[in-house]
Design a protein around this ligand. Structure first.
Ligand SMILES: [Zn+2]
Ligand SMILES: [Zn+2]
Length: 158
């Protein structure tokens, strides 16, 4: 929590802290304490936060579904305004107190990768038997259905 009365117009204070984030359903984080470092500046009646956050997400590889740790550095750029004056883009605050958590959450979620991979060359799963090709070849390989079905499968790749 930051006391806004301590910041004069056009001046800023250093932010160097950790916030406890809440991950959305289906996403995990190795550590929900996210480090945040940057500056909060008073601009007119509002405040602008420019900072860097970093956290480690735990997601499932989009090809083979294995759990994968993803180090995610992300930029935080948000504006704050008094609750009654806040527009849609701004985060409201009241009682001279700014909580940077909503700003961190919002910018973190914007940066979550859509298709995480356990490795850039992840071989994925066999679409027939579910064998993980990263572990080796499966028995059904080579006797896969007809060519048309193959092309159909490829259309759904990536
Ligand atoms: Zn994978
Ligand atoms: Zn197979």
């Amino acid at each position: 929590m930051i006391d806004t009365r301590k910041i004069q117009t056009n001046e800023s204070v250093a932010i160097d802290t950790t916030v406890e984030i809440v991950m959305p359903k289906g996403f995990g984080a190795r550590d929900t304490a996210v480090a945040v470092a940057g500056r909060l500046k008073k601009v007119g009646e509002g405040f602008a936060l420019e900072a860097q956050g970093s956290c480690c997400l735990q997601m499932a590889c989009s090809r083979c579904l294995r759990p994968v740790d993803i180090d995610l550095p992300f930029h935080i750029s948000e504006s704050f305004a008094e609750e009654e004056a806040a527009t849609g883009e701004e985060i409201g605050f009241s009682d001279f107190t700014i909580d940077i958590l909503p700003a961190v959450q919002r910018n973190l979620f914007l940066n979550i990768p859509m298709k995480p991979l356990c490795a850039v060359d992840c071989a994925g799963l066999c679409k027939q038997c579910g064998m993980n090709f990263n572990d080796g070849d499966c028995d059904c390989k080579g006797e896969i259905v007809n060519e048309q079905f193959q092309q159909l499968l490829q259309m759904f790749d990536d």
